[in-house]
Design a protein around this ligand. Structure first.
Ligand code: GLN
Length: 308
């Protein structure tokens, strides 16, 4: 990755001025305490070569990025047919926790990367694995055994999760919750509170870039089918109702979380973890988006790139 260090350093510096246009998530009280000026990016190639710039060892919570892990585990354990009986594969065109669109176009959540869809997937997972097994798998895919759940963020969000409770009750009414409602919400909220750094996200993303194959060990860790489904949904739905503009500006599959992380994939090349806790109005990291847009332009990452 010749020249990457310099580009990563510059991507951080050019992103700094946009931070003031956003703000940290405050609907989860514990998240409002995070420093809005943090910025970091790590790129990992298929062989594990790692280049970082900025605050890449600072821990933040996965939040909605957990939806990619949950989707992959559900696909592997229950199969795609079962997962898509319960949840759709279309962009919702609505905020991530929207209640009004639930059941509007079909009798299930639009996709697994919005809250309603992820709650359904979590409910399915509660019937298949424990939260500790979920966490153990996240550690394996991020190649970091030190990853843990931030219990303070979990408690803070759970105490303020009226919207997710409403979604869960509506999903129960629609007969889409296959597990217990309280257990589902705890599982979902706890997985959102798993704490990672940009390097962890980049390592996971590099596995997706390699189609689920870990090139350093030669082992398949995720099926190619699960990676294809996850990447397709990340590209079309990964940034909620900001997915279209992200596709135009950056043009690679990605998933954001209100903790400030964005995990992104350049197929067959690299995985990226970008972090900046200041968010735009859709709840996507404003700094991480600016970093990724800069790098995508400089390195020709856009999947529809034809040069200038
Ligand atoms: N835990 C958050 C929630 O359920 C995740 C939302 C997000 O990251 N967009 O509201």
């Amino acid at each position: 990755m010749d020249g990457y260090q310099d580009l990563l350093d510059r991507s951080i510096e050019q992103a700094r001025p946009v931070l003031a246009r956003g703000k940290v998530a405050d609907y989860i009280p514990e998240l409002s305490k995070v420093d809005p000026d943090l910025l970091g990016v790590t790129v990992v190639d298929l062989n594990g070569e790692t280049i970082s710039s900025g605050d890449t060892n600072v821990y933040f919570t996965l939040q909605s990025i957990e939806k990619v892990f949950a989707l992959i585990f559900a696909l592997e354990l229950a199969g795609a047919d079962r997962v898509f009986e319960l949840v759709g594969m279309e962009p919702s065109g609505a905020p991530f926790s929207e209640l009004s669109t639930l059941g509007e176009f079909s009798a299930k959540p639009s996709n697994p990367l919005i809250n309603a869809g992820a709650i359904v997937v979590s409910s399915l997972l509660t019937t298949l694995i424990s939260f500790d097994e979920f966490l153990a798998q996240v550690r394996v895919l991020c190649k970091n055994p030190a990853i843990n759940c931030n219990e303070a963020v979990f408690a803070s969000e759970y105490a303020h999760s009226e919207r997710n409770h409403s979604l869960a009750w509506e999903l129960k009414r629609l007969k889409l919750l296959v597990g217990d409602l309280d257990e589902t919400l705890r599982f979902y909220t706890r997985s959102c509170a798993i704490s990672v750094c940009a390097e962890d996200l980049a390592r996971f993303a590099s596995l997706l870039a390699g189609g689920g194959l870990d090139f350093s060990s030669g082992q398949r860790v995720i099926s190619g089918n699960a990676v294809r489904i996850a990447e397709a949904l990340m590209f079309t739905c990964g940034l909620y109702d900001g997915s279209g503009s992200f596709a135009v500006r950056v043009g690679i599959p990605a998933k954001s979380g209100v903790g400030g992380g964005i995990m992104a994939v350049v197929n067959h090349r690299v995985g990226i973890g970008a972090f900046g806790s200041s968010l735009d109005r859709n709840g996507n990291s404003i700094g991480a988006t600016a970093i990724l847009e800069y790098l995508s332009n400089k390195l020709g990452w856009h999947i529809f790139s034809h040069g200038n």
